[in-house]
Design a protein around this ligand. Structure first.
Ligand code: GLY
Ligand code: MN
Ligand code: MN
Length: 543
């Protein structure tokens, strides 16, 4: 990485004799000229900046409805939703920035948005007053996007650090934010054009948060996990205003995090389209991964070859990975979150690949396919694979039954898994599949300890802060997007597993959507999943 403008001590403002704190020493590698003549010089002689404004983000109109639905749950309160800050990877190197999902959802922005930005939903006096006067809660509390009462309760304001002028020190001397270091950042006008949200400089945020705050005035709520510095600022404002802060404000803030999560339980049509795009990019990644199998089998760490092939596609086609890729050959498939991917890939084995592309709008797919390395399942592999496929199909059929609750999908998969394990003589003596499925049994879970489904969206495990009655116990509703991902995991050293099945691990993971008519459809329909389809897929790509 580049680390200095000039390393000539003659141009540096650093006094070589002065004692330095440890923090200051971090800059020792970089001697940036600070004399006025240089600053005048580097700030001059540039062409004009483009004077056209960007087009409105596709998500912007949808984000209006999302903000209205959120605001309706908290009339009169100031809602603070930070984008998050850069996260240090090591010393002075940051991870690539990825905005918090609640922010991306409510601001309607994607991967290219700014660290340190803060979306504030400012209570409107009229909405505030009428809601308080009537005592009416302006929503049915379902958390559904678009189900707000239709009377805006808040105005959105987006605070961020707009690009600095070329005559500023930031322009050339700030490796985190400077234009010469990280590229040209947007102006206030540009972000207002792209988002349709009124924007303001981040420096005005403290005063804006403090305005009218107090026990008889405005209450503040913050998505506390998104940015520690913003949470601390909100707490300082609350303390100064005589409001509960820190631990004492946890319930207040948790209710906001819960609401932002529940708001995403059903996706709008634009989001469903984004998720389909993420799945399509993931299919392309799996194709490239299969094409890399011949190189993987010849490499001492073939799992990394597979991981790399998928990862390259994820960066080419999207923002990157929605989560770390699992490329688990042979017995490694039986470690559920095998992300070391440092093993060999051998002909005759299966490789379990769990991978998803996060596209630029930050929506991710989450797909698992278990693939025979040489293109043909052995008889024992096929037996396990078919059992898992049957479980997945049963779960899908149950999801298509009217009145199905989210947790019923898991139950349907478990009924098949328990039945197969009984057939194979793997349940404890005298225990039937029906016994195993009861609350005092569950012995089949030894071989599938994870759940069958989770919501999917901006986060791979989306809506994780939703209340149980809104998620697991809730009936499926149009717009829900979730996974169906049963598996069987037979570790090589598991003496309760028939010998010919030891070392085999299979998971099949599809992403599904509940359509407006209530039927459930696989977004992953085009990704091969039956034994015959998977064999044809591999042989079609690598012969
Ligand atoms: N890839 C994580 C999961 O399937 O839930
Ligand atoms: Mn999953
Ligand atoms: Mn997965």
């Amino acid at each position: 990485m580049t680390d200095s403008v000039s390393d000539s001590p003659a141009t540096s403002a650093v006094d070589a004799e002065a004692p330095q704190t440890l923090a200051e020493r971090g800059n020792n590698r970089s001697h940036r000229p600070t004399n006025q003549a240089f600053r005048d010089f580097i700030g001059s002689g540039w062409g004009p900046r483009p004077d056209t404004l960007p087009a409105r983000n596709e998500a912007a109109p949808w984000a209006v409805a999302r903000r209205e639905a959120l605001g309706a749950r908290f009339p009169g309160d100031r809602l603070v939703i930070p984008a998050g800050a850069l996260v240090t990877r090591n010393n002075d190197c940051d991870y690539r920035f990825r905005p918090h999902s609640a922010f991306a959802h409510l601001a309607g922005t994607g991967a290219d948005f700014e660290p340190d930005a803060v979306l504030v939903l400012e209570p409107l006096a009229a909405g505030n007053a009428s809601a308080k006067a009537s005592g009416v809660v302006a929503t049915d509390d379902s958390g559904d996007t678009g189900k707000a009462a239709g009377v805006p309760t808040h105005e959105a304001v987006l605070y961020f650090r707009p690009r600095a002028s070329r005559s500023s020190e930031e322009f050339y001397a700030d490796p985190r934010y400077g234009e010469l270091w990280v590229g040209q950042r947007p102006s206030i006008d540009e972000v207002e054009a792209a988002t349709g949200i009124r924007c303001a400089h981040i420096d005005s945020l403290p005063d804006a948060l403090a305005k009218d705050a107090g026990p008889d005035g405005v209450q503040l709520r913050v998505v506390a996990q998104a940015d520690a510095a913003v949470t601390a600022l909100v707490d300082r404002v609350r303390t100064a205003a005589g409001l509960a802060a820190g631990q004492d404000a946890q319930q207040v803030d948790d209710a906001l995090a819960e609401a932002t999560s529940e708001l995403r339980l059903t996706k709008d049509p634009w989001e469903v389209d984004q998720l389909q795009r993420a799945v399509d990019a993931t299919r392309a990644g799996f194709d490239d991964l299969i094409r890399s199998i011949p190189r993987a089998t010849g490499h001492w760490r073939g799992e990394r070859v597979l991981e790399g092939a998928f990862g390259a596609k994820a960066r080419e086609e999207g923002n990157g990975l929605g989560y770390e890729t699992i490329a688990a050959a042979g017995n490694h498939a039986n470690t559920l979150h095998w992300i070391n991917n440092d093993g060999a890939v051998r002909p005759g084995e299966l490789v379990l690949v769990d991978a998803g592309v996060e596209i630029d709008s930050l929506y991710t797919a989450d797909v698992t396919r278990t693939i025979p390395v040489d293109g043909r399942f052995t008889a024992p592999q096929r037996r396990v694979y078919q059992a898992v496929l049957d479980a997945a199909d049963a779960a899908f059929a149950r999801a298509n039954t009217p009145g199905c609750r989210f947790r019923d999908v898991h139950t349907a998969a478990m009924e098949v898994i328990a039945a197969r394990l009984e057939e194979w003589g793997m349940l404890p003596d005298g225990v039937t599949a029906a016994d195993a499925l009861g609350p005092d049994g569950q012995f089949h879970r030894r071989w599938m300890v994870h759940g069958t489904s989770h919501h999917l969206g901006l986060d791979v495990h989306d809506c994780a802060q939703a209340r149980r009655e809104m998620s697991m116990e809730a009936e499926l509703r149009p717009g829900m997007v979730f996974t169906i991902e049963p598996g069987l995991y037979f570790r090589a050293d598991d003496l309760l597993v028939p010998e010919e099945l030891r070392g085999i691990g299979v998971r099949i993971e599809d992403d599904v959507v509940v359509d407006p008519d209530g039927s459930v459809r696989r977004l992953t329909q085009a990704i091969p999943r039956t034994v015959e389809e998977v064999e044809a897929w591999v042989s079609g790509l690598i012969g």
